[in-house]
Design a protein around this ligand. Sequence first.
Ligand SMILES: C[S@@+](CC[C@H](N)C(=O)[O-])C[C@H]1O[C@@H](n2cnc3c(N)ncnc32)[C@H](O)[C@@H]1O
Length: 287
Amino acid sequence: MKIVFVTLFEELLQGALGHSIPQRSQKAGVVEYLFVNPRDFAVNRHRTVDDTPYGGGAGMVLRPIEMAQAIERAVELAGAGSPVVLMSPQGEQLRQAVAADMATLPGMVLVCGRYEGIDERVIATHVDVELSIGDVVLSGGEPAALVVADAVTRLLPGAVGNAQSVEGESFVSARLEHPHFTRPPLAGGRAVPPVLLSGDHARIAAWRQAVSVVRTERRRPDLLMSVPAEKAERKALSRHGSDIEEWLVERRDWQRWWAGRAAPEGAEPTVAGSAPVDDDGSGGKIG
Ligand SMILES: C[S@@+](CC[C@H](N)C(=O)[O-])C[C@H]1O[C@@H](n2cnc3c(N)ncnc32)[C@H](O)[C@@H]1O
């Protein structure tokens, strides 16, 4: 797969892609990362590609001609069947299912905006999809494009040593993954679930499935609504056995932490902090 980034800051991406799974995948020929800099299409002496917005206002806008030419070059590099994806806080939110679709493509172009964004006319003529990584504004599209490239790369055949490790992950089948434990068997006064030390693979699998579905119900009931529980899962949901409950750590939520922190005197509540704490009915207890 060819992932072509249109970016003014290639070095930001090169650094992150030079490690771990993206680096190994590149070396193994599973993926190729390519870069197109809009500055290479600049026509002025200073190689600038931004300008002030029509109508006035703060900030700068990436110019349409140079951006269009850069995207056209990137499309040539990515090859046929490769969508042009603009990273934008106004786009559709990235999900695992989107990443999985993208992983089946021969390539893609990831366009990184900067400043106030890119001229709207280029979006109309050159962009197929706008993707957001969440309801938050970044200073540039590079961190968002990295998120997409990383999420897609690890799904490519041959990218991850043990393919099973991506198969059971959160969101893959509309469930959150079970919790993980490693040596030593006792840490911080807490033991490892005994079933995981039993060596009984069938029991371990059943336990993991049960914890996974109960955890999903508590943390992300929307996922459970999208793919209803099957028989074994329904059994786990109706059971209140200590073999599950004991290991379900309550989600560490921002609002809860924010509400309970020692706020500096006179501090005004923020939108997030003033929102009601989402009570899951657990009364703050584990399980
Ligand atoms: C400062 S932002 C521009 C925000 C824009 N003026 C707005 O209010 O919608 C600059 C660039 O960062 C990228 N960006 C910022 N937040 C993002 C997000 N949540 N997801 C994807 N890209 C984002 C986009 O490429 C965007 O063009």
